[in-house]
Design a protein around this ligand. Structure first.
Ligand SMILES: *Cc1c(COP(=O)(O)O)cnc(C)c1O
Length: 363
């Protein structure tokens, strides 16, 4: 739904064409639409979390740069604390990326189908977007064209594993991008913990001062509600993020929750390993039912099947299962994105697909 004409005449031209954000959320028993970690936290984790939250000094402003948390994150990542900054979710840091490095006269190289937020923030802040569409069948980026366009770009964003297609960007390509792009290269690793550890661009940071890596506690760490993301980069780049951010964007409760999550990372990363096992079995079963399923290094699967849109509606209406509909998105005809859930949730998904597909909804 577009904005009312009379307010359109009041706002900046970049804003006039926007629509209020509506993710078409429908409450369902099984929600596998937003790539959250749906595995329950352990009882000890929950107790530690409740205790930490109960001790938050809510009458005080939060520590603006979250020093304690930053130190814990830096220690875990094996980088200096000056090389890390936190944000109100990865989303805030992406906004600040475009706020600082984008704007009128600046250019983003984007590799769709990918996370829609990059293009939204670019548009909002007046950044020109050069889209290099991925191969329509494999979803692999067209690297030669990407490198060519990156040679005159101010920002390149590479999502690895990519949302919603699940594939990794090879590190050699990231290295080449850093060498040929005169601007900044952002590698969005929101799902990095679900991929093999040697796929991360983190080790490249030391040699490429214009490279940055985005991470979040929303996905693998099961803390989507706490809104805690972070960027690792050279200290000079981190200073830019520190200069443009809203001072108190990361509240005290979120900082406390993030500390608890980090102190339980052993347990959380075990859950991540289980989710990866579930991913393999879910993919295999969906393929056996005749769906096209792309290999995924994240906690979701990209699935193509006939009448995807109707199947997704039937999942809601008859099974109270919510998955993400991309069937009408450019380049993603008949595609659904299914978050890998708990074993029980995944069994419900398979049962529902088996029944819906055998009833000939797809014929
Ligand atoms: C979920 C996600 C993020 C950030 O999520 P936050 O909850 O804002 O931390 C960033 N990039 C991609 C590709 C994502 O899917």
């Amino acid at each position: 739904m577009a904005l009312s004409p009379w307010v359109q005449s009041l706002v900046r031209k970049e804003v006039a064409s926007l629509e209020p954000y509506d993710p078409a959320f429908t409450p369902c028993d099984v929600n596998l639409s937003a790539n959250e970690n749906t595995w329950p936290h352990s009882e000890v984790f929950r107790q530690d979390l409740d205790l930490a939250l109960s001790q938050v000094q809510v009458h005080r402003y939060p520590d603006p740069l979250a020093h304690n948390l930053k130190n814990s994150l830096a220690q875990w990542l094996g980088v200096a604390p000056e090389a890390v900054i936190v944000g109100n979710g990865g989303d805030e840091l992406l906004f600040n990326l475009f706020l600082a490095f984008g704007g009128p006269g600046k250019t983003l190289v984007n590799l769709p189908p990918t996370f829609s937020v990059y293009e939204l923030y670019s548009q909002l802040l007046g950044t020109r977007v050069v889209n290099v569409w991925r191969d329509p069948e494999t979803f692999a980026p067209l690297w030669d064209q990407t490198l060519k366009d990156a040679a005159s770009a101010d920002i390149v964003v590479v999502t690895s594993p990519n949302n919603p297609t699940g594939d990794l960007a090879p590190l050699d390509r990231i290295r080449e991008l850093c060498e040929c792009c005169p601007g900044v290269v952002m590698v969005d690793e929101a799902y990095g913990e679900f991929a093999s550890p040697d796929s991360s661009a983190m080790p490249l940071l030391g040699r490429h001062p214009r490279l940055m890596v985005l991470k979040t506690l929303s996905k693998a760490f099961g803390l989507a509600g706490a809104r805690l993301g972070y960027v690792a980069a050279s200290p000079e780049i981190i200073d830019v993020f520190a200069a443009v951010r809203q001072p108190y964007s990361v509240n005290s409760f979120s900082q406390a929750a993030a500390q608890v999550a980090l102190s339980h990372k052993g347990e959380l990363l075990k859950t991540v390993a289980s989710i990866c096992q579930e991913r393999a079995s879910l993919a295999q079963q969906l393929r056996a039912l005749g769906c096209e399923v792309w290999d995924s290094e994240a906690n979701f699967l990209m699935v193509r099947l006939r009448h995807a849109h109707q199947i997704r509606q039937a999942l809601i209406d008859r099974y109270s299962i919510l998955v993400r509909d991309f069937s009408h998105s450019p380049g993603l005809r008949d595609c659904l994105r299914i978050t890998v859930g708990t074993p029980e949730e995944n069994r419900s998904v398979i049962k529902a697909f088996r029944e819906l597909l055998s009833q000939g909804t797809s014929s």
